[in-house]
Design a protein around this ligand. Sequence first.
Ligand code: 13P
Length: 337
Amino acid sequence: MNFSNLSEIATYIVSEGKGILAADESNPTCKKRFDTISVESTEENRRDYRELLFSSKGMSENIGGVILFDETIRQKTDAGQSLVDLILESGALPGIKVDKGLKPFEGSEVETLTQGLDDLDERCAEYAKLGAKFTKWRAVINIGDGIPTQECIDANMEALAKYAKIAQKNGMVPIVEPEVLINGKHTIEDCYDATSRSIKSLFDYLKSYDVDVTGTILKPNMVTAGSDSDQKSSVEEVGEMTIKCLNESVPDELPGVAFLSGGQTEIESTEHLDKMNKIGGFAWKLSFSYGRALQQSALNAWLGKPENKNAGQQAFAHRAKMNKLAALGIWSADLEN
Ligand code: 13P
């Protein structure tokens, strides 16, 4: 695959219903996932699990990019092939998470600022040499009493813009991820407000830092009620409000929006994405960049046992296919069986 500019890379990743597999869980997060299936989080087990996913037949035609963690981009399969080459062979592009997690925002107990700008230029240069074609940086916005504050939103979105500029300077597409967390009792209207303020601020900063949005992918949350909310929103409501929110601030020249799943179930993530693509009325590709919603069934089928490798791969292939159909707006519930 040869690309002559960042826009071609970004466009390829979300072409023809393809989406992104987020497999960039840090080692502590991977341990959390493995704990649920009682598998020890060793370097070898993490490698085996990622190799299972990347060599599944579900990769080709469904997955345009895979986000990796620093450890994974350096790993090799059992047979000695680099995981980067395994991903390329499937037709997907390797990418890398480059942020260094969260620290409290100005001493706050609830608000955070994402770190990692200090040595970002050097790290990006190395990742580009290791074969990464794109990068990811996640900002986290909490909803609660009196938050998110505009100061916290702006500080996070400015950091995203600085990161995006550095990624592009190193020849990689930045995925900009302003995640408004689903945790809490808030209403769908509260989520709309926080998401809308975050995305508006983000595109203002991307513009002022002269980031090329034609070579950028946005990874937002969907607009939903909080996970502990009494409110139950319909699939239509989530679809309509998310599209409205994005249309307010996302420029038409952006090639793709690829949602995070953020704690929604596998089926909810697929159904919401499908609904939005059925509704239509936006200029960008609307696709997925799921972690949990692409991996949950696969993890449960695998259980860390070599004899379950096939079952894990099939479970992943099914979700990858379902989400591709959703990105094309042609999914239906009966295809799940
Ligand atoms: P989830 O889809 O599990 O939210 O993960 C996506 C991701 O990459 C979060 O940064």
